[in-house]
Every structure is written in C-alpha cells, then in structure tokens.
Design a protein around this ligand. Structure first.
Ligand code: FRU
Length: 446
C-alpha cells in the first residue's frame, strides 16, 4: 500500500532519522542542505551529516552521506554545525562528539570541500573553554570586519545556557574571545545558536534552550522550542547586547534547531527540524513503521518589519501549483482528495469568528476574539492538543499542507505555526465557516 505520510515538498530521509539542518549554503550555483542523520535506524544512537542539494529550493536531490564519524575525535557523532564559502572552497564547521570512558567530550572541528561532494577533515580542533561543560556544540561561523567569527552553544559549569565566541583570521586557528551571551532564559544548555543582521540597526540571535541537570546521564523532559533575541552584536565588547526578552520563533508543535544562510539574492533564509518529539512520540510516529523519521520545514525568508520578525514562504514554491480554485462563500465544504495543496485566505478587515478543519477533521484552525488557535490529534496519546497566539488583527492565512506536515503563515508571516499531522484517510476535505463579507479563498492543488 502507498505510504500516506510520505511528504512531497518537505525534505525527509528515505531511511533512518533526520534531525537538525546543518551547513546550509548556496555554493557554486546550488543550494546545499546538510542534516543530522542516523542512516541506520530511527533512533539517536548514531549521527553523521547527510546531504540534499537543489537548484531552486523546491526540488531536492538526496545525495546520501557527506561527513562520517570515522576518527577518534568525532567517533560518537558528527554533530550540528554550519558552513561558509571562501575563495571557491566550502568550509564546514561541526562538533565532534567523542566519548572517553563513557564521558562526553566535544571538539569543534572543520572539513572543507572544493566540489561539494568530497569532504576532507582538518586535524585541528577547538577544545571547550574552562568554565563550560562538554555540552559545547553546534558552531556557527560568519565573516565581519575582515575576520571570521564563531559562536558555539554551551552550558556554564554553574548550569546556565550560554554561547561562547571565537575569532580567526584563517579559519584554522581560532582564539577564544569569551562569553557572547548567557541568560537564565536559555535554561541550562543552549543548542544551535545562529546570529545574523536583518537591517542596519538590528541583529537577531536565534537559540534553542534545553533543560538539563549537571548529572550527565539524567535527562529532563525536553523543551522543543526555538526562540530569538533582538539586539546588536557589539564587536568591541565581543558580546550580544539584547534589546528585548526572548521571543518564540514558531508557535506550532514542531520546530527546533533552526539555521539560516544568505543566498545570492541577499535573502536570509531559515529552515528548521520538524521536529524534536518526545521519545514515545518518536516510537509511535506513523512513519517509524516505514523505516524513517522526521522532516525539515520548508525554507522561509526572514524579514524585519515594523519591529517584528516576519517569516515569509518562498516565491519559488509557486511552481508547485497545478490548478487554482477561488471561493467567496461564507461557509463551504471544499471537496478534496489531494494530500498536498496550498491555500491563501484573505479576510476583510472586520472579520468575526472564523474556523476551519482540515485533514479529515484531525486539524482545526480557529480565530475568536483575537486569539488564533491551531489543533491536532496527537498520534501518541490520541488526544486533541492545541497551540495559540494572540493577534492584533487577522487579515491573511497562508496554509501549506503536505502529506504529514502543515505550515500556517499568519498575516504574511507575522507568526507561523508548524506541525506534523498524520492522517491515513484519503478524504482531505477542507471545511470553513464565517469567511465574512469580501473574504476570498484561493485553493491550489500541488
Ligand atoms: C539539537 C542537537 C544539537 C546536536 C545534535 C545532535 O537537536 O541536540 O545540539 O548537535 O542535535 O544530533
């Protein structure tokens, strides 16, 4: 029988477990999305970098393995990291996880590639600075003021999430520059930090806070959200100066370990892991039976507008549209058997209470008194669960529905909800109520 959960426009592995996007880059005319991969099983016991490439950010070619855990200082996992290009060579920075007598040891390492197919590891490594535990990982590298900078996610020895900073003039020798940022809002470990500018006066620092005790083996319930800080990098003080408290990047259920890169059109593009589930959710996830787990979000463009971070779907996705239907009825049942489609709902300014259901009524979206709520049936518990955000107004919903992944962009990307949603039913009717006067629904089959 055909696998009803197989996504068609979200990157997912054919086999094994995929997690964080890594080393995102546009290199010699192609987009490279590396990712954390256990190519053997649907668990987290083995990690290498796998690779997908694309010419247009929509159709992806699976290139299989890229970097393997095959030397002493990364033998227990090629963990997350980033990449940059210098003089026609791709440089990839990652964390080598190397257990010594069962104890975690982390090294920040580098590999390079001239052709994007063969990756050569360099011997030099960065050791964890004093004051931090071995939860020191996920290097992100960028260039500024003629120098290379690297931030690394960390846990202080007093058990607070932090980010360390390094500097280099040749990408090989790195000097530790001190703590870039730390705050109790980062919980006990910060994973996968990223930092970038979106305008002359605003830098964004994205973070993934994790709860953890100082006892290595004791794992606490995971927190699966990614956040961002609005502020400014102070290159003199070598610190990130925050202007506001931590905000959520995505309001759905499935969004973790985001990473960004800049493409040749100057767009800052983000993609994330969909997602960091609880262990029981991974075990009972319907695709685990098919031998694979997880996917990435669609890449999105980031924009800074009116003091707010917008996440906008890429125009490239429009090539997937194969037909277009338009509806203006106030309430309607849209008959549909197709797993993959896009919907754009434009509301009139005076919208009242709106609601809709999709995917055999397993998902709902409702808007009441300024509160937008999205729900799904959790496949592990069988229970309905919801997430919400308070809006000043609602004028647009932009929905991308893949076979088992839904992304909802609100008000041109003011907020986004990402979620996995599993329905084996071939009835994919959409029902909506109270579109209101002058509202319109565009429905595109993929
Ligand atoms: C985040 C993370 C990273 C680490 C990788 C290991 O999901 O825990 O911190 O490098 O996954 O797969």
């Amino acid at each position: 029988m055909k696998n009803p959960y197989k996504n068609s426009f979200h990157i997912e592995p054919v086999k094994g477990l995929l997690n964080d996007p890594n080393g995102l880059i546009q290199f010699k005319g192609k987009y490279y999305f590396f990712h954390q991969w256990n190519r053997f099983e649907t668990n987290h016991e083995y990690k290498e970098w796998g690779l997908f490439t694309s010419k247009d950010l929509v159709k992806w070619e699976n290139q299989g393995s890229a970097i393997l855990p095959d030397v002493e200082d990364d033998k227990n996992g090629i963990y997350s990291g980033s990449s940059i290009e210098k003089d026609g060579t791709m440089y990839l920075f990652y964390t080598g996880n190397s257990k010594k007598q069962g104890k975690r040891k982390s090294y920040q390492k580098m590999a390079y590639s001239e052709d994007g197919r063969t990756f050569v590891k360099k011997k030099q490594v960065i050791e964890t600075p004093t004051g931090y535990t071995e939860h020191h990982r996920d290097p992100k590298v960028w260039k500024k003021n003629g120098k290379w900078w690297m931030i690394v996610g960390a846990q202080t020895k007093s058990n607070v999430g932090a980010i360390t900073l390094f500097e280099s003039s040749d990408l090989v020798k790195w000097q530790y520059q001190g703590e870039f940022y730390s705050d109790i809002a980062l919980d006990q470990v910060c994973e996968c930090p990223d930092v970038f500018s979106l305008s002359n006066d605003v830098d964004i620092l994205t973070v993934c806070p994790q709860k953890r005790t100082l006892i290595e083996e004791m794992d606490l319930p995971i927190s699966s959200y990614a956040g961002y800080l609005v502020g400014k990098i102070d290159y003199q003080q070598k610190k990130f100066v925050e202007l506001e408290k931590l905000r959520k990047l995505d309001y759905g259920f499935d969004f973790y370990a985001p990473q960004t890169f800049e493409d040749d059109k100057g767009r800052r593009i983000l993609t994330a892991w969909m997602s960091r589930m609880e262990e029981r959710e991974e075990i009972s996830c319907p695709t685990a039976k098919e031998g694979y787990l997880h996917c990435l979000t669609m890449p999105r463009e980031l924009k800074w507008k009116k003091g707010h971070l917008y996440q906008v779907p890429l125009k490239e996705y429009e090539v997937l549209r194969i037909d277009k239907r338009e509806y203006r009825e106030d309430c309607l049942l849209i008959k549909n058997q197709n797993n993959t489609y896009e919907m754009i709902i434009n509301f009139n300014a005076s919208i009242g209470d709106f609601s809709m259901t999709l995917n055999s009524e397993r998902n709902s979206i409702s808007y009441r008194k300024g509160r937008l709520e999205i729900s799904r049936i959790n496949w592990a518990t069988g229970e309905n669960e919801s997430r919400e955000v308070q809006l000043d107004s609602l004028y647009k919903l932009h929905i991308f529905n893949d076979s088992s992944a839904v992304e909802v962009f609100i008000n041109d990307g003011e907020y986004v909800f990402s979620m996995r949603a599993f329905s084996s039913d071939c009835n994919r009717d959409v029902y909506y109520q109270n579109l209101g006067h002058n509202g319109s629904v565009m429905f595109y089959n993929y």
